[in-house]
Design a protein around this ligand. Sequence first.
Ligand SMILES: [Mn+2]
Length: 317
Amino acid sequence: MKMNSLNEIAQYLKNTDNSVILTHRYPDGDTLGSAFALCRALRKLGKKSRVIVNGVLTGKFQYLAKNMDEQNFEYETVIAVDIASTSQLGELEEEFGGKVDVSVDHHGMNMPFAKMTYVNAKAAANTENIYYLIKLLGVEIDRDIADCIYTGLCTDTGCFKFSNVTSDTMRIAADLMDIGCDSALINRVMFDTKSLSRIKIERAVLETLTLHCDNKIAVINTTMAMEKETGAEDSDMDGLAAIPRQIEGVVIGITIKEKGENHFRISVRTVDDYDAAEICKNFGGGGHHAAGGCSIDGTLDEAKSKILEAAERELRK
Ligand SMILES: [Mn+2]
């Protein structure tokens, strides 16, 4: 296991063929964008390559694979993209865990598992690394490849909002736009489109909103009945915890999700000096300064008053 330069990886890929490219489990826009961009580039070099999607290529990501024919072949080369450790291979770990030849990643805590590894933790998205790798392969980036690279850039940066964005990210995005990537459409699909179930669960959740302590603490909750009525799936429930803290003046946002009878999962989001992990530790949970979680058993009212009490203590400290 040694670290390699991107150039060494490019030279290696030029001299190999018949590759499979693996994405991490619960694949997101960055791992998928990395895999399809690299796969398309290798095919442009006349090589056989296919992506093994680690899960389902959901509807909104279908365009990444558009106009790509199926290629069946015995694989000789295994490439991992945006994967920090073999455990992230999920169900693919058994077959591929010990067989990865090349890994290109951007996670600072990458635990090398491939014969050749390139990690650049300064890259906001792994598709930044793939962009430079494709250039080193000498492949011209076309619109389809540009769409794939752009997808990783925008999804791993919250549409270029997060603090991980660098001037490099912007320069690459600008180049992709010059090539003709469909940035407006991709942004809309990734950031401005929600399932009907998601909108319905948001409406139900907003009905539960209560404010406390001079409107500094906001609480929302979900119930299993709500999930059933709205048809919300797990993916629709993601990120609801961001809602209470979005309210102007709120410094502690609390989301209480009913997970079973008299069993609640609680997410706390804070701003400024207020410590979410401290609040959650009272109930055997933890997390980070700005985001924490814990579980509380009892009725909804009991769970709510317990977590509110802890939040008020944090507010007054
Ligand atoms: Mn990533």
